[in-house]
Design a protein around this ligand. Sequence first.
Ligand SMILES: O=C(O)[C@@H](O)C(=O)CO
Ligand SMILES: [Mg+2]
Length: 261
Amino acid sequence: MTRFSANLGFLWSDCGLPDAIRAAAAAGFDAVECHWPYDVPPEDMRAALAETGLPMLGLNTRRGKIGENGLSAVPGRHSEATAAIDEALGYAEAIGAGAVHVMAGHADGAAAHATFVSALRYACTAAKGRMILIEPLNHYDAPGYFLTTTGQARAIIEEVGAPNLKLMFDCYHVQLMEGDVTHRLQALLPVIGHIQMAGVPDRGPPDTGELNYPHIWQVLARLGWTRPVGAEYNAGNDTDATLGWMNGGGGRHRTRERDAR
Ligand SMILES: O=C(O)[C@@H](O)C(=O)CO
Ligand SMILES: [Mg+2]
């Protein structure tokens, strides 16, 4: 049975994060993950996580100024990037989150590559065993983002050479940039730390669009993947109404009728 994590940057994004954690638990998710929780006191997050028993899988480094998408590959922004990594690791430790996604930012070329490698070496050491993730983003949603393909990510992971540096394989971005999702999951499995999903190309629920997620969940089961898969899609202002796909994955989603009993 596939297990699912609710990405609270997208699901129940109209609630505060602690209430979004509670909503995810009520809907039957096995875990949660978030993007930028920094405005919420860690003790409020800890309380909601303890109350629901859900693990927080991960969070992101800050994006930087408006229009930026992280700083870790941006030459000349080293001290801000390092501060963002320290902040994310500190927050992750405070709430018991398992991973930090280090966001690269808008940059390209050899200097950006060297800057990113150096920032990731710093993050992997500072993480003291916590997982560090990097995620290729598609060029429609994130034009100019440094990290765009799984091949580029794998080369960086190999160059950094830290056991706690892993790939965040977001099926939505991978399908838009490269396709061949099944073969890529299989080939990249040893370096994958987390998997996310959304309908393609509209980033709707996983039961919409061109990717057949029930097939992908079967592939993951065959590959021995047992960690929760992150649901990171636009859910509009009624997340509960979009959760029919969870039953297709054998999830524990409780229908509204059952909730009402
Ligand atoms: O896919 C995404 O957009 C997210 O996983 C993320 O962390 C960057 O916004
Ligand atoms: Mg993603």
